[in-house]
Design a protein around this ligand. Structure first.
Ligand code: UT7
Length: 354
């Protein structure tokens, strides 16, 4: 297995700012059960979700991304000097528009004039793909300070009457600031694994609105083609096997074992999936960081939101060794090792804690 450790002479991407932000509107399982053929017990036992936050009508992904981004820059400012970034990456499946990307608008609204800005599309794996991209830009000295935001408003693509999906997804944004530093210091993005299998693109999909089935030229899509669709049971199976395998690959590349992991931080898909990944890796479930109960599955935002929540609660502490792992549509997957740094403040806590 080839090691993909950054060259010792190249700068590493070091986490120096973190924040999460969720919209204020809380939707409980009971509230969903008023309009869907479902109930709180089914949702809790099948997914571990108790509530989620949903954007208000008119609130777009960039609105959430700007809030999380501003808090992350402020957090970084407390830690290492300035609240700026020369590059903004937004990982999202729900951009404000098909064109242009959402990141330039986010950069402009944050006052980061002239910053390089682009979106990463890897569905729920977007944040881990974004971390790897940021690390590469920093290692090659193209960027010195990257604001990476995972932000999604799944409520804008999920059919509110689709009980299988409406119960799972929530809206939110999580952001980190990465600066150039040394590969050995806490917070340095460590060994990474990324992968995909496009042969299974049909398992998670919004069928219309792209070049395959455009809205333009009179190609009127059916309501089902406009909405997010997921073959839940099959996705479940892939999510467990892919996240566990990817996590193992990242560990192998680092020459580490599961015993070396203090916290597994998986994409918050479904509590049963998180526990199955931990079981598969032979990690005690208590080492699995989970906040899916209070925010649901927030797509590309889920890992930074889980990190922000766990850090705010003191659940993860400086020096702890973390293994991040994600899975999403594409199919895509990815994992990354990280030793937790000392971060100044976690101003997001009041918005993500129950
Ligand atoms: O973030 C990207 C990755 N996404 C994921 O990882 C999500 C992966 N999938 C899942 O989390 C689960 O598959 C779901 C939560 C979506 C569904 O749970 P499940 O245990 O796999 O249920 P199922 O789809 O196998 O459905 C079991 C039954 C079905 O009824 P029948 O056919 O057995 O009569 C469904 O119609 O549960 C029914 N059902 C529901 N019942 C009450 C499906 N959704 C609901 C619901 N309330 N909301």
């Amino acid at each position: 297995m080839p090691s993909n450790a950054p060259s010792p002479s190249a700068p590493a991407a070091v986490l120096c700012g973190l924040a999460g932000w969720v919209p204020s509107r809380v939707v409980t399982n009971d509230e969903l059960a008023e309009r869907l053929d479902t109930d709180d017990t089914w949702i809790r036992t099948r997914t571990g979700i108790r509530r989620r936050h949903l954007a208000d009508p008119g609130q777009a992904t960039s609105d959430l991304a700007v809030e999380a981004g501003r808090l992350a820059l402020r957090s970084a400012e407390g830690g290492s000097g300035d609240g700026s970034a020369d590059t903004v990456i937004v990982a999202t499946t729900t951009p404000d528009r098909p064109c242009p990307a959402t990141a330039p608008l986010v950069a402009a609204r944050l006052g980061l004039d002239g910053a390089a800005a682009f979106d990463v599309g890897a569905v729920c794996t977007g944040f881990v793909y974004g971390l790897a991209t940021a690390a590469g830009l920093i290692a090659s000295r193209v960027a010195a300070r990257v604001l990476l935001i995972g932000a999604d408003t799944y409520s804008t693509i999920v059919d509110p009457l689709d009980r299988a999906n409406a119960i799972i997804f929530g809206d939110g944004a999580g952001a980190v600031v990465l600066r150039a530093g040394h590969p050995d210091e806490p917070g340095a993005v460590g060994h990474v694994d990324l992968g995909s299998d496009g042969a299974h693109e049909d398992l998670i999909m919004v069928a219309a609105g792209g070049s395959r089935r455009p809205y333009a030229h009179g190609g009127e899509p059916t309501p089902a083609q406009r909405h997010f669709a997921m073959r839940g049971r099959e996705v479940y199976r892939h999510a467990v096997t892919r996240m566990a395998a990817s996590a193992r690959t990242a560990l192998d590349r680092a020459g580490r074992k599961t015993d070396d992991v203090d916290h597994l931080v998986p994409h918050q898909a479904n509590l049963r999936i998180l526990h199955s990944v931990a079981d598969d890796l032979g990690l005690p479930r208590e080492r699995c960081v989970a906040n899916v109960d209070s925010v649901g599955n927030t797509g590309a935002a889920s890992i930074p939101l889980a990190l922000a929540d766990a850090a705010a609660r003191g659940r993860i502490r400086p020096g702890d060794r973390l293994l991040l792992t994600a899975f999403g549509g594409g199919l895509t997957w990815g994992s990354c090792l990280l030793t937790w740094p000392s971060l100044p403040t976690h101003p997001q806590s009041e918005r993500t804690t129950p």
